[in-house]
Design a protein around this ligand. Structure first.
Ligand code: KG4
Ligand code: ZN
Length: 333
């Protein structure tokens, strides 16, 4: 079975052809990052307009690269939430028109289920149950993946997402957008133990996150130094901030998995591309005798291959959408 998948929830226009859940026949990503960079973050109106301009070419290229003809496509999958409403609408409208024209089933896919499913593409032997940390620009969840289409959110962020904190701190330090890779690079030249930024623990058995405190603490540190006329070492700030976030993400993931007695853990989402985070989780997992899975970097950030993979589980569960499918910006898991 071959699925054409489309993703346009944020600042990547992407299309892919996936065969039998994990085989990627093509995976085309058109990123808008360079255009949003000059504004320090994603501008929703610009994102929507660029998706409209690029989507046809991206889908045509995905079909061409796969060597599959349009008639051989068995279903069309598309991200319908969560994400930016105008951006999502472009993919959803395009997928609906495509499914209608080819008379093929349409499958609406949850973006977070897509991120988690990237792990199956990377590790076709991985089977549920496992515990997955999903950390991206908009989400920080710990999810119990009980089955291919059975998800239970065990923890979430109470305020900012981890990626959002990386982006904000990077902006104030002048390292630019997207913040994650910029902070990671800057941190290589800094001391992670130079400054102690707070690690928030909710206590009472909760593994929820809160990143607004660490973000504010970094801002206060910078402002205090400015007011006193002191200079700061930006690289130390980047490294110490990253250390605080990595500490919390890794600890909560491992402790949450231990609390439910699951010994397979995985990472997903843009922040899962963070190398110190991967290394830390790998070390802790090995200390605890847990098996650890993570997608390659290009499958961590937004792409359509992961959406196609997640669509198989929806299809197996009989979740076919009709042409009334709409974008749902705050779609729950
Ligand atoms: O999953 P994604 O591509 O889009 C959303 O669904 O949000 O994630 C983008 C987020 C951004 O906040 C970006 O700064 C962060 O992932 N990110 C990273 C790294 N690469 C991307 N964060 C930390 N370290 C990285 N290497
Ligand atoms: Zn994403």
């Amino acid at each position: 079975m071959k699925i054409l998948a489309i993703e346009s929830s944020c600042d990547e226009t992407a299309a892919a052809i996936i065969e039998d859940r994990t085989k990627v026949l093509s995976n085309v990503i058109n990123t808008q990052i360079d255009l949003h960079k000059q504004y320090g973050g994603v501008v929703p109106e610009i994102a929507s307009r660029l998706h409209i301009e690029n989507i046809s070419a991206v889908v045509e290229k995905a079909i061409e690269d796969s060597g599959v003809s349009k008639d051989d496509i068995d279903a069309i999958a598309v991200t319908y939430g969560p994400g930016l409403v105008g951006a999502l609408l472009v993919g959803v409208s395009y997928a609906k028109a495509f499914a209608y024209a080819l008379n093929k089933p349409l499958i609406g896919v949850h973006h977070i289920k897509g991120h988690i499913s990237a792990n199956y593409i990377e590790n076709p032997d991985l089977k549920p149950p496992f515990i997955c940390l999903v950390a991206s620009g908009g989400h920080s969840h710990i999810v119990n993946v009980k089955g291919y289409n059975d998800y239970e959110a065990l923890a979430k962020t109470r305020d900012d997402a981890a990626g959002e904190a990386f982006d904000k701190v990077s902006r104030v330090l002048g390292f630019g957008y997207p913040g994650g890779p910029a902070i990671q690079k800057a941190a290589e030249s800094g001391d992670p133990l130079a400054i102690h930024f707070p690690r928030v623990n909710m206590g009472s058995g909760s593994f929820d996150f809160s990143f607004s405190g660490v973000k504010t603490s970094v801002l206060n540190y910078i402002h205090n130094a400015e007011q006193k006329g002191e200079s700061i070492n930006k690289f130390d700030v980047a490294a110490s901030f990253q250390e605080a976030v990595v500490d919390v993400l890794a600890d909560h993931l491992i402790n949450c998995a231990k609390s439910v007695g699951v010994s397979k853990i995985a990472l997903a989402g843009g922040v899962a591309a963070n190398v110190p985070l991967r290394n830390r989780v790998e070390q802790k997992a090995s200390d605890e005798g847990m098996n650890f899975y993570f997608p390659r970097l290009s499958l961590c950030t937004d792409n359509a291959a992961m959406i196609g993979c997640a669509a198989f589980a929806e299809y197996e569960a009989g979740n076919i959408s009709d042409l009334s499918l709409n974008a749902v910006p705050n779609l729950a898991l």
